[in-house]
Design a protein around this ligand. Structure first.
Ligand code: HEM
Length: 399
């Protein structure tokens, strides 16, 4: 696979190339599901799949649809881009760090960090949900999980932003630049983690890096590269996604003031509300795979080695799966959205993201009344068509 083939699926889909469409891509997906539910996009050199049933089938068949693809920086592999059996071994290992017990023990930390961040804005009459709350909280939580000292958190944020960044333009130059930036950030992070790992080898602590250093798969310790790869994956996979869940949830609260009051009066509705936010505004819109053999989807033959992009943002609005899919239903049941993926790569951080979302919503609704979008303030969308969210979201509130 040459370089441009490897990166093909991160080039924006032509139909989503305007600001309006990036913020409101769902009518585009609705149309594509009807007209071309499976199609080959010549300009990007990959397949796009839009229906729930087809996407579900792709995600639950890792033998035919491999995860070994995409933006693996410097060919460092992580569980996200591995297939079984290595994926099964490593995932089993890191799963231990994400058990329900470990995650629920984090609740009080999430609560106090959320409160601290909101104390900082309490004196103001407006806040930017993105920079004041939704960005710092997940970074702090992942940094704490890994065992990064508080004074290094800002460095972390910078690196993690670069790791998830897509190209600004669909040109070779833009690709080269982004690859160079990612490689530099990875080198800096490698040095940084190597130093932390050195300290934890001498003096282990209760953090994830210490756990990974002690862990063994079939009698073998993980290599430094594997530990580094996993730490980088958490930064890349866990930060911007959770930021967007929080921002998209607050966006929804401001779009429907009656719903906002309903949640304030009945906080037990919050978990269902968050699931519906995930379905309605999925932080990750598409998931990539590569066909390992010739395979038919619909009436089309996908040949071995071709890239397949599954648009979960479209699957989540598929009328064949969800009743009244374009209506936001706070207590929708069942709600089998695909926003955390499906099958063996189902999001490892889902319990953490859900818990952070839950605590943030409860705290915000308890502390602030009448949360409203500040009309006229800027709301730029995130460049990558694979990520759904906004870069600023200014709200006013009453205390
Ligand atoms: C995998 C979404 C938060 C860590 C995934 C996948 C999706 C996803 C769609 C599957 C990718 C695939 O099948 O190729 C999200 C969303 C989040 C979120 C929407 C927030 C709302 C987090 C957090 C962490 C995390 C907080 C970690 C702290 C991971 C890891 C994987 C993953 C390690 C790879 C699992 C594997 O390959 O077995 N996530 N994620 N994610 N996520 Fe998340």
């Amino acid at each position: 696979m040459n370089k441009s083939e490897r990166y093909a699926n991160i080039i924006p889909m032509a139909e989503l190339n305007t600001k309006e469409k990036r913020l409101l891509p769902f009518p585009v997906f609705n149309q594509l599901r009807q007209t071309t539910p499976v199609r080959y996009d010549e300009s990007r050199g990959c397949w796009d799949v839009f229906r729930y049933e087809d996407i579900h089938r792709i995600l639950k068949d890792p033998v035919t649809f491999s995860s070994k693809r995409g933006l693996a920086v410097k060919d460092r592999e992580t569980i996200l881009t591995m297939d079984p059996p290595r994926h099964t071994q490593l995932r089993g290992l890191v799963n231990k760090a994400f058990t329900p017990k470990v995650i629920s023990d984090l609740a009080s930390r999430i609560s106090s960090i959320t409160d601290e961040l909101l104390d900082d804005v309490q004196i103001k009459e407006t806040m930017d949900i993105v920079s004041d709350l939704a960005v710092p909280l997940p970074v702090i939580m992942i940094a704490e999980l890994l065992g990064v000292p508080p004074e290094d958190r800002n460095l972390f944020k910078e690196w993690s932003d670069i790791l998830v960044k897509g190209p600004d333009q669909n040109t070779d130059e833009a690709f080269k630049q982004i690859i160079a930036e990612k490689e530099q950030a990875t080198d800096e992070l490698s040095d940084y983690f190597a130093r932390i790992a050195e300290q934890r080898r001498v003096e282990p602590k209760e953090d994830l890096i210490s756990l990974l250093l002690q862990a063994e798969v079939e009698g073998e310790k993980l290599s430094d590269k594997e530990i580094l790869g996993f730490s980088i994956l958490l930064l890349a996979a866990g930060n911007e996604t959770t930021t967007n869940l929080i921002t998209n949830a607050v966006r929804r609260l401001t779009e429907d003031i009656t719903l906002q009051q309903q949640l304030r009066d009945s906080p037990e509705l919050i978990p269902g509300f968050l699931e519906e936010v995930l379905r309605f505004y999925p932080p990750i819109q598409a998931i990539g795979r590569v066909a390992t053999q010739d395979v038919e989807i619909g009436d089309f033959l996908i040949t071995k080695g071709q890239q397949v992009v599954s648009w979960v943002a479209s699957a989540n609005r598929d009328e064949a799966k969800f009743a009244d899919p374009d209506t936001f239903i706070v207590d929708r049941k069942p709600n089998a959205h695909l926003s955390f993926g499906f099958g063996i790569h189902f999001c490892l951080g889902a319990p953490l993201a859900r818990l952070e979302g839950q605590i943030v919503m409860e705290t915000l609704l308890k502390r602030f009344r009448d949360i409203q979008f500040v009309t006229g303030s800027e709301m730029t969308y995130i460049q990558s068509p694979f990520v759904y969210g906004v870069k600023q979201y200014k709200v006013s509130f009453a205390r």
